[in-house]
Design a protein. Structure first.
Ligand code: G16
Ligand code: MG
Length: 216
């Protein structure tokens, strides 16, 4: 029985990847490190510190923990300034309709994002009231593909994972949903995402009916 839907944020609720890219790019340019949208693809769903490690791979030197902390903080300041521009119009297609339909049917919604900025983003999107639980990545020790953040969201919702659907746009996220024992809905194409119970090209194709059908 479908009791709850647990969503990824970036790439599912809204598209913050471009803002992450712009903020990382400005830092990379300052440091003289090559960085482009292809490298940015590797940062999707990956934590801030792991993203920095990927960016610094091409720097040809090693960095102390304190230096890395400073660089990550600089990127985050820029990123937060950029996401300040988000408005409810930046919800991805079909998301408002889906969240409204779930709410009407008494199906809970939870968030399982690696982003420490998720509360600010939900506020900017005016989407906070739709979510009964937002898992805090600060309290999670292992990132996706580990199931921890999805399990944490289900626990906060008080729903067993087998009665949840997880929605993700990244391969590591689909792996995390499967490892959590939830039904996995992928947003994207089959060449990037495998192991989904339902694969949709875009969030516009999501509907409460389609998610309910996974349990029939
Ligand atoms: C998101 C993005 C990642 C980002 C991560 C951490 O994950 O996809 O690119 O590095 O959050 O974000 P922050 O620096 O804001 O803590 P998700 O899980 O929402 O796809
Ligand atoms: Mg994502």
């Amino acid at each position: 029985r479908l009791e709850a839907v647990v969503f990824d944020l970036d790439g599912v609720i809204t598209d913050t990847a471009e803002y992450h890219y712009l903020a990382w790019k400005e830092l990379a340019d300052e440091l003289g490190i090559p960085f482009d949208r292809n490298v940015n693809e590797r940062l999707k769903g990956v934590s801030r510190s792991e993203s920095l490690d990927i960016l610094l791979e091409k720097s040809g030197r090693s960095w102390t923990a304190a230096e890395k902390e400073d660089l990550a903080a600089r990127k985050n300041d820029r990123y937060r300034r950029l996401i300040g521009q988000l408005t409810p119009g930046d919800l991805l297609p079909g998301i408002r309709e889906l969240l409204t339909a779930l709410c009407e049917r008494g199906i809970a919604a939870g968030l399982a994002s690696a982003s420490h900025n998720a509360p600010l983003i939900l506020e900017r999107l005016d989407a906070g009231s739709w979510f009964q639980a937002v898992a805090d990545p600060a309290g999670v020790t292992k990132g996706k593909p580990d199931p921890e953040i999805f399990l944490r969201a289900a626990e906060l919702l008080g729903v067993p994972p087998e009665n949840c659907v997880g929605v993700e746009d990244a391969a590591a996220g689909i792996a995390a949903i499967n490892a959590a024992g939830m039904k996995a809905v992928g947003i994207g194409s089959a060449d990037r995402l495998s192991g989904t119970d339902l694969l949709l090209a875009s969030t516009a194709e999501l509907s409460a009916e389609r998610l309910l059908a996974l349990f029939r």
